[in-house]
Write a protein that binds this ligand. Structure first.
Ligand code: NIG
Ligand code: FE
Length: 427
């Protein structure tokens, strides 16, 4: 059979094959390893992944790439990011070092709100040009697909501008993007005394307009459109969060929720009941909620980069989530405030040390389970026949080194839909 490309001489192929489902509990130990392997690719998709001699006998390749006995794994999927924004939060970084608290900074009109001020003042073009280097950094550390949220506009005009910037970033960058509307990220200053009125604006105007935009966008029919909410003290109450998610669900959105980051307001239970695709953060989730999560189709996304960035010694209990049988995904939460981190390998390194995940669990969490958590489990996140040929050739013969080493970059080549999209390293 004909193949456009065969990647041969792979010492260790990590497929993360899952047979179409997110991996739960003990399944997360299995990385679907094939030694002495090869991958055949045609029209951007995987034709076959298997023992090198079998692939060599079955496929006649137009182009070949010798992996030099190194390890190959799926491109990372980063399922929770806020990378469309203007400016930075370097001053806040220093305030936090001196002891300031994240929610106190937000309550005093800084934090997320300071990024809102900068983002409102930027054009779509400026937002796209500030997002591009962030996507480049993600791609160079192996992320080939990501989710991006709005939520630094908090008014109709700027939230729509952010959606345009997300769509334009997707169109013009090799990384595949899934959009999320996060109008309920913080209460904007104009509504400070009346959060319910802002929630009404979201439900009555912003969500319907965002959905109309989506149906006319290039995303429509290809990927889901998510609605997310920050259910937290100082952000949105349980009732307000429920109202936003219920309205979104009626319009056709898939759902996500930031819950239990600092305070358990009951958001996990509410989001699971509404059939949320994922619930994210989960630092303060209860044992009872973990049991109900394990019995649901909702994926647990943890963001240990946030705790690391806060200099905290406490992390979401990812070990307990996996042991209870949940499907766990890992993200960087890349954003200017709580987690200025583009790198999934860095998130893996933190998750292994502080959340006691094994490298195999972190690998599945950052690839196939992450794909499921953004509704792309059928097409992305693992090296399996029929999926997009998104894969990484590593500078190591053992994938565990991705989590073991930190601060460098072991991603040597990035293949996206069968094409080499490696970001050139300047010398
Ligand atoms: O996931 N928690 C709320 N949102 C982001 C932080 C965004 C910001 O600080 O700008 C998060 O941590
Ligand atoms: Fe977030």
């Amino acid at each position: 059979m004909k193949a456009d490309l065969v990647i041969s001489n792979i010492g260790q192929l990590v497929t993360c094959a899952s047979g179409g489902k997110a991996k739960r509990g003990a399944q997360m130990h299995d990385i679907g390893e094939i030694k002495n392997a090869a991958v055949a690719i045609s029209a951007g998709k995987i034709l076959a992944a298997g023992p090198g001699d079998e692939i060599a006998n079955s496929y006649d390749a137009t182009d070949t790439h010798d992996a030099g006995r190194r390890a190959v794994c799926p491109g990372f999927v980063d399922p929770h990011t806020h990378i469309v924004f203007a400016g930075n939060r370097l001053d806040e970084f220093e305030q936090k070092i001196k002891g300031a608290d994240y929610l106190e900074i937000l309550a005093s009109g800084g934090g997320i709100i300071s990024t809102v001020r900068n983002t409102r003042g930027a054009s779509v073009r400026e937002l796209v040009s500030q997002t591009r280097p962030r996507l480049d950094k993600m791609l160079s550390t192996g992320t080939t697909t990501c989710e991006i949220k709005t939520g630094y506009g908090l008014d109709l005009e700027t939230e729509m501008k952010m959606l345009e910037a997300i769509a334009e970033s997707d169109r013009t960058h090799p990384v595949d993007v899934v959009p999320t509307f996060l109008g309920a990220h913080a209460v904007p200053p104009e509504f400070r005394e009346n959060a319910d009125a802002y929630v009404a604006l979201i439900c009555d105007h912003m969500l319907p307009q965002a959905w109309r935009w989506f149906t006319g966008s290039l995303f429509f029919g290809r990927v889901p459109f998510f609605c997310d909410v920050f259910c937290e003290k100082g952000a949105f109450s349980l009732q307000q969060s429920r109202r936003v998610l219920e309205t979104a669900k009626t319009l056709g959105f898939s759902l996500k929720a930031h819950v239990d980051e600092f305070t358990n307001l009951g958001g996990s239970t509410m989001a699971i009941q509404l059939g949320s695709q994922s619930i994210d953060h989960l630092d303060a989730i209860s044992d009872e909620e973990i049991r109900s999560l394990a019995g649901s189709g909702t994926v647990a996304i943890v963001t240990p980069t946030v705790n690391f960035n806060f200099g905290s010694s406490e992390f979401a209990n990812a070990r307990k989530l996996v042991d209870a049988g949940c499907a766990l995904a890992l993200s960087t939460d890349y954003n200017p405030g709580s987690a200025p981190c583009p790198s999934q390998p860095m998130a893996m390194a933190i998750a292994c040390r502080y959340q006691k995940l094994l490298p195999a669990e972190a690998m599945n969490a950052a690839t196939v389970n992450a794909a499921h958590s953004i509704g792309l489990g059928a097409t992305h996140g693992s090296i399996e026949e029929g999926k997009w040929a998104d894969l990484l050739i590593l500078d190591t013969d053992d994938y565990r080194q991705l989590a073991y080493e930190f601060g460098g970059n072991l991603v040597s080549r990035v293949i996206k839909a069968g094409r080499d999209v490696t970001v050139p390293r300047e010398r």
